[in-house]
Ligand binder design. Structure first.
Ligand code: NAG
Ligand code: NAG
Length: 455
């Protein structure tokens, strides 16, 4: 063995010196650096967009003279704006998607643990597109001409989407990668509605894939020109981000008795994919220790939710229009153990945390069996529930976007949702770089059908 080592040293030295001889005159590919420094911070270049497409949109929002047309004027907390209004809308329809604001803010902060902003795109691992796509879409939906959202004509949101895509795709950074290393924050399921095919190769930050792709020909034949191929979104390149919870955080030390077994508040009837919810409602409505409430989208409804979630052991999370909703993150903030009945659900930070340590997963088919769900939950021991709740308290900070969020000891939390999103993007980088390099070698005229990247 020793002799082998003795031999190996000069051979390695020889190889090293040869590699100097054969070194290309141009510096090695940008990407090879990553392989040798796996621990270094993610290098982010912020695409150059006019202020009107991010912070300028916020100024516009706070200057709107009227309330959001989709809710009662008295329920719009932002119009007229209160004196000390938050930086991003407090309107729950919009606030739940606030990831775009906090991600951009983290790139402007002097020190963000997980990333380093670079001034030259050639040095970047990824290009962040600083467009407030959610705010743009929601302003069109809440203040635009009725029905204009699905059209391109007279749609201010579309005009902005077009400007973003035209600017970003004409930059050399996009040409280098075909957009694969570009990041779009599309928390709102209707963000960038009209340009999805154009940005599909990029890293999409979404709450789930609901409403994103055509699964089969049945769907494709419907009016769904805005939908893309299911091969164009994937957990390999895209990142699931949390909704912003709307209910206040309950700290573990403030936890009290929970007399209710299971709680759900929401609309019983949903237009799409709501069948599960409606059937569950009928099955559970008559159980004595289960509370199913139809809520109001105003302050009364909010108080109802806070009380309900804090007084219940479990909180039901059925799929509605989309596989996930803000409700799941409100349950975590309220230390109410989530019961997830949504077969195709995708969740943020998977692999970094194990949801089975603090949530119950139930298949739709089991949940539809009479009495099954209630019995299943009653079967869970106090000891197990205590354990789940302790674990919930442990993961709570990962779902906080607001950097002014304080933990129970009063210090700002350095490691909230924003940093976990950056870390998750960093984890995907090797796959994305591989895709960019493979793409580069394909000669002109090659035609390769899209392959499934699904899991
Ligand atoms: C919320 O809406 C319900 C139903 O319309 C109403 O009874 C209640 O008074 C409202 N609460 C507030 C605070 O506006
Ligand atoms: C509840 O526990 C009993 C006894 O362990 C078991 O037989 C039953 O299948 C469980 N029911 C459900 C719905 O999990």
């Amino acid at each position: 063995m020793k002799q082998l080592t003795v031999l190996a040293v000069p051979i390695i030295l020889l190889l090293l010196s040869l590699s100097f001889l054969f070194r290309p005159t141009t510096p090695p590919s940008l990407y090879s650096r990553q392989a040798f420094e796996p621990d270094r911070r993610l290098r982010v270049y912020v695409a150059d967009l006019p202020r009107a497409l991010n912070y300028g949109l916020l100024d516009l929002y706070w200057s709107l003279p009227a309330a959001d047309s989709r809710i009662q004027a008295s329920s719009d907390p932002d119009h007229p704006p209160p004196r000390n209004h938050p930086p991003y809308p407090d309107n729950p329809l919009i606030k739940q998607y606030s990831a775009e604001y906090w991600l951009l803010a983290s790139l402007r902060a002097p020190a963000t643990a997980a990333v380093r902003v670079v001034a030259d795109w050639r040095e970047a691992d990824v290009v962040f597109v600083p467009f407030f796509a959610t705010l743009s879409a929601e302003m069109e939906l809440g203040w635009g001409t009725k029905g204009a959202f699905r059209r391109k004509d007279g749609n201010e949101d579309y005009r902005r989407q077009r400007e973003v895509v035209d600017r970003v795709t004409s930059h050399p950074a996009w040409r280098r990668s075909g957009g694969r290393d570009h990041i779009f924050v599309l928390t709102d399921p209707v963000a960038m509605w009209h340009v999805r095919t154009e940005i599909a190769p990029a890293i999409l930050l979404v709450v789930d894939f609901g409403g994103w792709y055509k699964l089969d020909s049945k769907f494709a034949s419907r009016d769904s020109s805005y939908m893309i191929q299911h091969t164009q979104v994937s957990l390999l390149k895209d990142v699931i981000v949390p909704y912003t919870h709307l209910l206040p955080t309950l700290h573990f030390s403030e936890n009290k008795d929970r007399p209710t077994l299971l709680y759900f508040k929401g609309a019983k009837h949903r237009h799409r994919g709501g069948l599960v919810r409606e059937k569950l409602w009928d099955l559970l409505d008559n159980e004595p220790d289960i509370v199913m409430e139809e809520g109001f989208p105003n302050a009364t409804g909010r108080e109802q939710s806070i009380k309900g979630m804090r007084a219940s052991e479990f909180c039901l999370h059925p799929s509605g229009d989309t596989p996930t909703s803000c409700r799941l993150f409100d349950a975590i903030a309220s230390l109410c153990i989530p019961v997830i009945v949504s077969d195709g659900v995708e969740l943020p930070f998977e692999g970094m945390i194990d949801y089975t340590e603090f949530s119950i997963f139930v298949s739709v088919s089991n949940a539809m069996r009479p009495k099954w769900l209630a019995n299943h939950l009653r079967n869970i021991s106090k000891h197990e529930k205590d354990e789940f709740r302790r674990n919930l308290a442990h993961v709570q900070p990962m779902f906080e976007y607001d950097t002014s969020y304080s933990n129970s000891r009063g210090s700002a939390h350095p490691d909230g949702a924003v940093n976990y999103i950056w870390k998750k993007i960093h984890q995907k980088l090797p796959m994305i770089q591989e895709a960019v390099i493979r793409e580069k070698r394909k000669p002109d005229g090659t035609s390769i059908p899209l392959r499934c990247h699904c899991t």
